[in-house]
Ligand binder design. Structure first.
Ligand code: NI
Length: 226
């Protein structure tokens, strides 16, 4: 399931990100790539212990904890703190698969990457190219979102970022270990939750709300690893 989550950041938070990232010292993105990825990765990144990355990453994590669509769609158990990348002209990241397990810097904890997330920090008009292209189960999806919006997709998908031919593309990216590791189960829970929310708006007195909510929690109890 590909899930677009709008307005993860406010306009003021976005501006704060942009200003800090424009002045930051970027390094070659190949520093964090595995053997296969090194051959296709041409971009820039902030190191994971860069003070700007840590400060902005914490701000994004705080926003996500308040974001109902993210919580419902990802059912997060653990989140790798966000990293930041920049694609200038002629930079690209060819077809690759994200590693299955990520260490968390400064801790002995590790995260199984069930979901990948890209939070767009540049607006589509600021650059040409730079689409995130995901080979989903049924189709190839091209994703290029407004600044402040985020896409969540199964980390098991092969994906690439097409070359930027003008301007620059800034983004935050990270991974999530979900309480429910199977994509098809998360999709059913997300659909059920959305239907319950709609029923609460449309018929707040309906007895079905309690029955469906019980069903939601009992399915989550069956499937969740915590
Ligand atoms: Ni990737």
């Amino acid at each position: 399931m590909l899930l677009e989550i709008p307005r993860v950041l406010t306009a003021a938070q976005l501006e704060q990100c942009r200003q800090a990232l424009e002045q930051a010292d970027w390094m070659d993105g190949r520093a964090t790539a595995g053997y296969l990825s090194t051959q296709v990765k041409r971009n820039q990144q902030l190191s994971e212990n860069h003070p700007v990355a840590m400060r902005l990453g914490a701000m994004i994590m705080d926003s996500l904890e308040q974001n109902a669509a993210f919580m419902s769609g990802a059912l997060p158990a653990k989140v790798v703190p966000p990293l930041f990348n920049r694609y200038g002209e002629n930079e690209t990241y060819g077809a690759h698969i994200d590693g299955a397990v990520r260490p968390i810097a400064g801790s002995s904890d590790r995260v199984r990457t069930d979901l990948s997330a890209t939070l767009f920090l540049s607006n589509p008009g600021e650059y040409e190219g730079g689409e995130l292209i995901i080979e989903d189960t049924y189709a190839v999806q091209k994703v290029k979102l407004a600044a402040g919006n985020m896409v969540l997709y199964p980390a098991s998908s092969v994906h690439h970022v097409s070359p930027v031919t003008r301007g620059a593309r800034l983004a935050a990216f990270f991974w999530i270990q979900s309480m429910v590791r199977e994509d098809h189960r998360r999709r059913m829970l997300y659909g059920l939750d959305a239907s319950i929310q709609a029923l609460r708006r449309e018929s707040p007195q309906s007895a079905s709300i309690l029955e469906l909510t019980a069903l939601y929690h009992n399915l989550l109890r069956e499937w969740a690893d915590v």
